[in-house]
Design a protein around this ligand. Sequence first.
Ligand code: HEM
Length: 338
Amino acid sequence: MSFHPYPRLSALAVFTFSNLMMATAINAETVDPVKMVDSFEAAGGKFEGYRRSGAKGICATGEFVGSTDGRTLSSASAFSGQKIPVILRFSVGGGNPKAVDNAKSQRNMALQFNLPDGETWQMGNISAPVFGSSTPAQLLGRLESLTPDPSTKAPNPEKVKAFAEANPEVLLQGKYFASQPVPASFASVNYWGVNAFAFVNSKGEKQFGKWIFEPVAGVMGLSDEEAKAKGTSFLFDDLRQRVKDGQVTFNFNLQLAEAGDKLDSATVPLPESRRKVTLGSLKVTAVAEDSGGACRDMTFIPTVLPKGVEPSNDPMLAAREAPYAVGLGRRLSEGSKQ
Ligand code: HEM
């Protein structure tokens, strides 16, 4: 354990305060956030100084330019059409900072839009259209079922099976990853927001939707042979090279919900037939040389929203902010590493 200077601790204090404000506003379902983070560590291992989820990651910066459709749907200043500076963090799913890059596993893209007048918009997006559980209690139960038994050092297969049989939606995400190739790059996979949000325009009109960041250069995967040949650690250098070549741009697309669509579940995507509009274009312009960068000592809380974007009543959304703050607090006090 090492001593940390005040700036880091004051950053935590700011996040904690805004969390409390948001939690009262959206009435978070209660799963003790400390217990939740403990369960992440118990199930996936504890790696001091690293994020308890998305541990292996790299920071980048970029710019976002909003579209006319964005401005029509939301009064958020992100869509003004001016260049908005963005902090990005790309990562591989899970709490292990040595997670391999050539597995059919989750990739993440977390964003912070730095808006005029000190406003920010944070989000964490994943490379699947669904999350691995639909309620915080179900996530906790799933993590508990996956926690290694101390005597065998492996999860108890009967427990895992019994929990999944009683909660079949926890298997949907794994089935999706198994059906997809290993992503060729952080820059060549779709990233879904998974939770629904409301977009509110200057007339007060509200449109719910779920967003997807889609690479302009297209989705690209590796064959099993290519993935093996790439090895376990190629994603960071690949991203640096593609960004140097000016190739990394995503369309920020919104799938528009219609009356009767389910808006409170991260395991139920909107029907594929729903109309999709492009809210703007996100270009990655620089990648951190090492494990530092602006992302290291911050977290990305998906209920930190600008005026003009509002949360849905998905219980998974409200339940994210406190565990993210707990995770941030732990890694700052341990000496944050990535
Ligand atoms: C109750 C549900 C959830 C809990 C308790 C949870 C917990 C966490 C924690 C503790 C972290 C590490 C935070 C840090 O140290 O900065 C994290 C990171 C992350 N989570 Fe979640 N999560 C939840 C749901 C979700 C969902 C639904 C998504 C999908 C969109 C998601 C996407 C991410 C991403 C992309 C990161 C990495 C962010 C980064 O690079 O800093 N999480 N999560």
